[in-house]
Design a binder for this molecule. Sequence first.
Ligand code: TXA
Ligand code: MG
Length: 316
Amino acid sequence: MISSDVGLAADRLRAGGVVAIPTETVYGLAADARNPAAVARIFEIKGRPTDHPLIVHLGSADELVDWAATVDSNAARLATTCWPGPLTMLVPKHPDVDLRVTGGRPTVGLRVPSHPVADDLLRRFGSGLAAPSANRFGKVSPTTAQHVLDDLGGILDPDRDLILDGGPSVVGVESTIVDLTVDPPQVLRAGAISADDLRRILATEVAEASGPSRASGMLESHYAPACAVEPVDDRATAERLAAQRRTSGERVEVLDRTDDLVIAANHLFADLRAADAAGLDRLIVVLPPASGIGHAIRDRLFKASATRPDPASRDG
Ligand code: TXA
Ligand code: MG
């Protein structure tokens, strides 16, 4: 089911199939955004509630006018400066955009990914691809084709669908989401492009994500591995807690990648998956400082650590 044949991927999408695609942030689970039946299969495969909107991925900023009702100066500026790249803009949706893509909302999330394979595919396909992260709902996002196979291999249809392999995602956390339909614009999900970057580019105030990510459909307990995740402020605390917990019989490891935040982001979801694969009860993670991509890493770690009422709901 894993292939690097971009032509085959484009054929499958044209036939209404679902194709997991590599992007610079994480792998997406893509379908033709103009084909409601194909879009419906994304929700089924992911196990995602249908009122959670999907991001539409475009091959170039020139296609903005086909998906947005209006392109104001902020949208135009960000498209020129940040695309292709890890930024999703929420804009008023064009009347032709199906409400099943936007979860019934009047806005649509748009982004041009920066990945040679995604770029090749989007250009061959020639239209927008609706794609959420290619994980089961509530689980950790995939950053390799193998992660997608592990999560969805049993659900995808080998005769209709495909996992397009483009190597590991380099950014490792999902795109920054900025809502341009409010004044001032507001960051709803932290990513590699920070609120400070957006302020500089737009030369205007940009509101931060306050607390956990607020994009609709974002739940507090998200990005969750099966083991407990415990974020702490410094290495010494992490080691002390780990020693304590080990004496009470827990299988515990400490993860500290605070020396290089780009690498920390790049490895984050693979690290969480590895903790499960190793059968850990608990992963104690040293938090990076809250600046630049550190915001995005902290956000994902807090979500991974959010209390889940009972173990059975962890697959949610
Ligand atoms: O990096 C990314 O953004 C990846 C890659 C595949 O592009 N995609 C991704 O999609 O993370 P997803 O669906 O897992 O997360 C997108 C979030 C969801 O929480 C969704 O509710 C929110 O964005 N969102 C999308 N469109 C929206 C809209 N029109 N209004 C409010 N929230 C929206
Ligand atoms: Mg997701």
